[in-house]
Design a protein around this ligand. Structure first.
Ligand code: ARG
Length: 600
């Protein structure tokens, strides 16, 4: 199955070849002037230079060679030598029928699937998730789905931040706060006869039972603030970090508890957002790989002593700006953030052997990834083209800085989801749905609408662009928003329900009206939008397609009566077009991570 753009590209390439010009001049794109043509080829301009002939003359000969092509209703030359192509209604109807019978809604698969890891989300133990993590989650989830849908074998990994300095901070803070928690860290409870009788396995959880999410949420910011001004405190936390990494049992017990509490809370939030990791690996999971890795790097002479630390040089002669070396072992002897990333590449290589690793992380970490990737290439853990940082901008407040709460703190993901759901509820009430839906369905719909608003507002921009948080606009049922798209899908669902009640059956697609032509052309364009989103790792191409499809359907629905069509075959055709539009729209929305309700 191939889309019209490619089919025409082959035909036009054949026409160039037929007049002894290179076939690659026959590339076809969607028309810049949809009022004049459906597709265009600009190759005559480039061919003119090569052939030393006027472009118009070449274009005329190409058009002649295309004269009898069954796909085409018209071939016209415009301007200097642009070849404008108008597809025949029969070819459009054929293609629409093909798409309507296709479980993939008209999108092709990659020819040779690859194994791909998408590293995204990147939440940390106890540190609240901020808008950077929100974007990483939304964009990463979509990229994961896009790659999987194209046919690659994909693993999405949360790469949980559960190792490193913040863990030492938490250990110190917990010990200072509560003697029972300290007893676990110091293992002093082991000298208590009564407790020991209760069995070692149960004691630690009992002593830690009130060290819950609320406690973690409070302890971490306090400790982080204190470490900034108190050298002594910071040194204790560093020491605790090193001892934890060395495997001190009481610290490990405390750490396991932090991780479990934090992780179950995070999993709830991700689930609410419809984000599903295949792997929930942490930085700590590669700890055992670090010592041998460092040993090996040392033996190969790749590590250099630099101010007490061991580093790997990654700068290159042609660098435009200076890239500092990657710190592998700090002067205190700890493994660093980059060390865990390097070991993780090794771990992925051994367990899954991916051909591509995509890191969907804030653009502000670009240098970090450049350092890690270069180090990995130097060490021979990966080839240069196997590692990619998929950076993105920030979600800003109206002040143009990364979005914060009114009090100036980072906005917690949980609160953001609540805000979006509340706004969605208001919108649904405004639309009069409060009375129409059962409370349970109303709540579920409000949730879907709220999440769709957040996700679509993010994904409709090219990921590198920053955007301004504006919940009023994001949740509007009109304009380029998530709720608008859900609403269009829901309208089609209700049309199809009515058709079923009336016993109307879909049939062969026939194309006659301009709005039908346009809808079929948009349906055909899905494959290209998907390929572009995939190649550029940029879901906004699909967001754009979803919007075009919804708008095109809206025009079709306004001008072409469906159930009201007099001719039975016209009604059957339009019903099939509506059903095909819904299937494709829901496919695209699910690639963006949006779920459509039944009613709204
Ligand atoms: N936990 C990190 C942070 O909050 C993000 C992790 C991104 N992934 C990675 N492989 N480094 O900044």
């Amino acid at each position: 199955m191939t889309d019209l753009r490619r089919a025409l590209g082959e035909a036009v390439s054949g026409a160039f070849a037929a007049i002894d010009l290179p076939a690659e001049f026959g590339r076809v794109t969607a028309s810049d002037r949809p009022d004049l043509a459906d597709f265009q080829c600009n190759g005559a301009m480039a061919a003119a230079k090569a052939a030393r002939k006027p472009p118009r003359e070449i274009a005329i000969r190409v058009a002649e060679a295309l004269k009898d092509n069954p796909y085409l209703a018209a071939v016209e030359i415009a301007g200097l030598g642009f070849i404008n192509l108008r597809v025949s209604n029969a070819a459009l109807a054929n293609r629409a029928n093909e798409i309507s019978g296709d479980a993939r809604a008209g999108a092709a698969r990659v020819e040779s699937p690859r194994r791909v890891v998408v590293d995204y989300g990147g939440p940390n133990v106890a540190k609240p998730m901020h808008v950077g993590h929100l974007r990483a989650s939304i964009i990463g989830e979509s990229i994961k789905r896009i790659f999987r849908f194209r046919g690659d074998e994909v693993l999405g990994d949360a790469h949980f931040g559960d190792w490193g300095f913040q863990m030492g901070l938490l250990i110190v803070a917990a010990c200072d706060e509560n003697p029972r928690w300290r007893a676990v860290a110091e293992e002093t409870w082991k000298s208590d006869e009564k407790l020991l009788k209760a069995g070692e396995a149960q004691v630690a959880p009992v002593l830690l039972k009130d060290l819950d999410l609320a406690a973690l949420d409070r302890l971490y910011p306090e400790a982080a603030a204190k470490a900034k001004i108190d050298d002594d405190y910071r040194d204790r936390a560093r020491k605790a970090t090193a001892e934890l990494q060395a495997g001190r049992p009481g610290y490990m017990a405390l750490w396991r508890h932090f991780v479990a509490v934090s992780r179950s809370a995070l999993q709830r939030e991700f689930e609410a957002l419809g984000i599903e990791f295949d792997l929930w690996k942490g930085e700590s999971d590669v700890d055992s790989l670090i010592a041998p890795m460092v040993e090996e790097l040392r033996a190969r002479g790749l590590l250099v002593f630099d101010q007490g630390a061991e580093v790997m040089f990654v700068a290159r002669n042609d660098d435009k700006r200076e890239l500092p070396p990657l710190i592998v072992i700090s002067s205190e002897g700890s493994a660093m953030y980059g060390t865990t990333d390097l070991a993780t590449i090794l771990d992925r290589r051994r367990s899954f052997d991916p051909q591509l690793m995509l890191y969907c992380v804030d653009q502000r970490q670009a240098d970090h990834f450049e350092q890690v990737f270069r180090a990995a290439v130097r060490a021979g853990y990966a080839a240069e083209d196997e590692l990619e940082h998929i950076g993105f901008g920030t979600m800003n407040g109206t002040d143009g800085r990364p979005f914060k709460t009114r009090e100036g703190g980072v906005l917690k993901l949980h609160d953001l989801i609540t805000m979006a759901r509340d706004k969605a509820r208001d919108r649904l009430h405004e639309a009069g749905l409060g009375a129409e839906l059962e409370p349970e369905e109303f709540e579920a719909t409000a949730h879907k609408v709220g999440v769709a608003a957040l996700k679509f507002a993010d994904l409709q921009n090219f990921r590198g662009t920053s955007y301004v948080f504006d919940l009023d606009r994001f949740t509007s049922f009109e304009g380029k928003t998530g709720p608008y798209l859900l609403y269009q899908a829901v309208r089609i669902k209700s049309l199809l329900r009515r058709a079923a009640e009336e016993g109307a059956e879909p049939g062969q697609v026939l194309i006659a009206e301009p709005a039908e032509r346009d809808l079929a052309l948009v349906l055909d364009a899905f494959d290209n939008a998907l390929a572009e989103a995939y190649d550029k790792r940029a879901p906004n191409f699909l967001a754009e397609h979803a919007f075009r499809l919804a708008q095109s359907f809206s025009k079709f629905y306004a001008t072409c009566p469906v159930l009201g069509a007099e001719d039975e075959s016209v009604r059957a055709s339009r019903l099939r077009l509506a059903g095909t539009t819904l299937a494709q729209l829901e496919t695209v929305l699910s690639l963006l991570g949006l779920e459509t309700p039944e009613r709204m």
